[in-house]
Design a protein around this ligand. Sequence first.
Ligand SMILES: N[C@@H](CCC(=O)N[C@@H](CSS)C(=O)NCC(=O)O)C(=O)O
Length: 246
Amino acid sequence: MAARLLFRQLFEKESSTYTYLLADLGHPDKLAVLIDPVDRTVDRDITLVKELGLKLVYAMNTHVHADHVTGTGLIKAKMPGVKSVISKASKAVADHVVEHGDKIYFGDLFLEVRATPGHTVGCVTYVTGVGSDQPYPRMAFTGDALLIHGCGRTDFQGGSSHQLYQSVHSQIFTLPKDMLLYPGHDYKGFTVTTVGEEIVYNPRLTKDEETFKDIMENLNLAYPKMMDVAVPSNMVCGLQDIISKV
Ligand SMILES: N[C@@H](CCC(=O)N[C@@H](CSS)C(=O)NCC(=O)O)C(=O)O
């Protein structure tokens, strides 16, 4: 049966985080994945998965988040059989650790892993693809490597403005110009962008690398309020928090 993509963009307002639900409606079991679920909105996401008749197979993270606790641990507790996913480079614990070039299949569809370190050392971008040879709308989930007309900060968790600049230019700006890009957060009310739009209008990453580094060194952002709780919890995909929340 031909793959058919179901796609939902979900928002968690306290951390301005986007969670993405993707499923292959062409598969008899309607296999699905969630990218970057948040603990606070897990019940909403699980209800939606059930209402749509999907079978969730992976709860995936683009990186170890510093501003909120991932929902992957809670989802595993509430939906036995779902596997957590994160990059090997993050050094976090998950059921499935991925590296650059890996493909995560759900039905005939897959997400290809592109290493995009710089915001954190283990950041990855997930790019959609399809196993069979058919025309397909393509999208990439950039986590905090690339935000809409912005990018993730680089001042903690192994962050590096040099690495982020190289990651975005080599792994994201080389994708097809009309590819849709979906970020991990948005603080300004945007929902989606394209590769072509960011190549022209991103106010940070269109600059030369030295100017970019200067911009990043002078962001003067306060540390995320939940950082001391979120990072240790997310190093185990949120598992240490589940006992009090299930
Ligand atoms: N105020 C928020 C944290 C906001 C923040 O630092 N966002 C990060 C991504 S989450 S670690 C970021 O990279 N921002 C880049 C930017 O340019 O805003 C909180 O207290 O949680």
